[in-house]
Design a protein around this ligand. Structure first.
Ligand SMILES: *Cc1c(COP(=O)(O)O)cnc(C)c1O
Length: 376
């Protein structure tokens, strides 16, 4: 089976984990601090604005909680979003307000966000579909124009840049995921960015039991180092040095990962350009750099469904991300969002990951052409 997503882990990560075993400190320690430092450098932001967290979903929950969002508040998010984003909002008693997306990029736009603003709107929580940023300046202007926070779910945009800045650092809060299906992989793990040290500090306390003082291993010579106070009823949402050891190795390799993904993206662009019955992903705008997390095809809905099944029977896995949240019955959103609905019926994500070989890319293209000759 050719996977849609696949991690690229090897001897370097294994050796790094081995060193953690030898150090006898498996928990959150020096390596996690180093990973935060290196990730901040990668983003081009100050070190003390970045905090690691055990997964990106938890980072989204933290963002909503740190902002003090609660009952009666509304948060706008594209309906083509990760389910955890809407859960983070609804779990606090706030209302996830789903907005439409651009049919081709599947990203929210300044217009689709503006269309859902009310006096109760407290934030907009956007994502960069497949690592491709939308009109971030435009969306940020809409948010700051009415004094609401822009949260960027940059889960799959680990190397995405917009006008030279790291995606996830354009708005006030950003989150990145390193789960098993992402580009940079640590098993589970994530990073968060907060645009003020105060927000970052509040998040840190929430992520570690509400502790206002550092606990754990200490070289302090103070007496009674076991005493503490808390600032809130915090959870324990931390990364550990095993995951961070992997993360440090993966971060070093990230430029190579992205180069390979871009190469595959361009190969698909060339190989599939002659198929009149489908549209290829929109080009990356001049002001942006993508992470190339998805490669998505768009075609008539009945063809999309048949192509997915046909490829799967031939060992090529595909999928669609993200199933529109206004179609998830539990949220009870009885609305229509035409562009997102059209995209959800016509879009198919085909395999793209840094371990995909040229032969596999050629095989996928050949199979799609074969399907076209037989069934379109
Ligand atoms: C994967 C993903 C998440 C969740 O990340 P976890 O680390 O698995 O919690 C959130 N948002 C988007 C857009 C994602 O793709």
């Amino acid at each position: 089976m050719i996977n849609v997503f696949q991690p690229a882990l090897g001897a370097d990560e294994l050796a790094a984990i081995g060193r953690v075993f030898q150090s006898n400190w498996l928990g959150k320690g020096k390596l996690t601090a180093q990973f935060e430092t290196d990730f901040a450098t990668h983003l081009g932001v100050e070190r003390n604005l970045v905090r690691s967290v055990n997964c990106c979903t938890e980072g989204l929950f933290q963002a909503i909680e740190v902002l003090g969002i609660g009952s009666g508040d509304e948060i706008i998010l594209p309906t083509i979003s990760f389910v955890g984003a809407a859960n983070a909002i609804a779990a606090r008693g706030a209302v996830p307000v789903f907005c439409d997306v651009d049919r081709r990029s599947l990203n929210a736009t300044p217009e689709t966000i503006a269309a859902k603003l009310t006096p109760r709107t407290k934030a907009a929580l956007i994502l960069h579909y497949g690592g491709l940023p939308g009109d971030l300046d435009g969306m940020h202007a809409v948010a700051s124009g009415v004094g609401i926070t822009l949260i960027e779910d940059a889960a799959c945009s680990v190397a995405t840049r917009y006008k030279g800045r790291g995606a996830g650092t354009i708005g006030e809060i950003g989150v990145w995921s390193f789960d098993a299906m992402k580009i940079l992989v640590t098993g589970d793990g994530a990073m968060t960015y907060w645009n003020t040290p105060e927000l970052a500090q509040r998040a840190e306390e929430l992520m570690y039991l509400g502790m206002t003082t550092k606990s754990g291993f200490t070289t302090s010579v103070d007496t009674r180092w076991w005493e503490f106070d808390i600032s809130c009823y915090g959870r324990r949402s931390i990364m550990n040095d095993i995951s961070s050891a992997m993360g440090l190795e993966q971060l070093r390799k990230l430029p190579d990962f992205i180069r390979r993904r871009r190469e595959i993206h361009e190969r698909y662009d060339a190989l599939l350009a002659d198929l009149p019955w489908m549209e290829l992903p929109p080009p990356v705008p001049a002001e942006a750099e993508s992470s190339y997390y998805f490669y998505w095809l768009q075609m008539a809905p009945d063809i999309r469904d048949r192509l997915a099944g046909w490829l799967r029977e031939r060992g090529i896995y595909t999928t669609f991300r993200y199933y529109p949240l206004h179609w998830v019955a539990h949220y009870g959103a009885k609305i229509s969002l035409p562009a997102a609905e059209e995209a959800a019926r016509s879009t198919l994500c085909i395999p793209i990951h840094q371990s995909l070989t040229d032969n596999e890319v050629a095989e996928i293209s050949d199979r799609i052409h074969e399907f076209g000759r037989l069934h379109v």
